[in-house]
Design a protein. Sequence first.
Length: 247
Amino acid sequence: MPPFPPLKTPPIIEAQLNFQLDASAGWSRYGSTANVAELFPSHPEVQALQQFVSQTNPPQAGLAPVHGFFLRNPADPTVYQIRRDGFAFSRLSPYLGWESLVEPALNGWTHYQQMMQTRELNGISLTYINRLEVPRAEFVADRDRYLTIAPRMPKPESSLPWRLAGFAHQSVYIPKGSRFQIAVALANDPGDLNPEVAAIMLEISVSPLPGVEIGTENLAQFLKQMRDLKNQAFFSITTEESRLRYT
């Protein structure tokens, strides 16, 4: 397969490697706001990861127990996510290439395993969130010009004066003969108010199929295969014209 052309300014706003495991052994020590910063002292800003829950019988609402934490450094475009059931590392914009994601992610994963006293790896996923900007008028007139899985209008269109006001679409693909699946989420950016530009959010997530063994000794090679599939998906979904401003 020929290499994909590099993009000078990739439209990636977040790239994340997520590792799933049972970290309950070390959670008693590090599962608190006071202690979790010890794991990665370079990222001293700690934010609890909680969900708001409610029930009707009896009526009750409130925050669920802390499930994890985000660790940030205002001067560094990276985020550590520490959870009872896993660890994730995110590289935010500007994206500086694969090594800027995979090397610190693997180093952080190794450190997390040691501190949490666990070696088992239950799952892994690689996710890229892209924000593509294209001319709004041209996109409205011909969406296929920019996306190979562009949103469609209902047919027949004669009964109502249809106008596309927004879209959200999710699909999961399994390449023939592959050990991986590719989840794709495509949507317009609801916060985009620029009348000249249409902002398209494209999320691509690659993960092993159920039952696929993840070889921890060859984890870097395993991740490279996932990255290659992510690239194939991105260049298959976007057109040359949608990538024009990023080349």
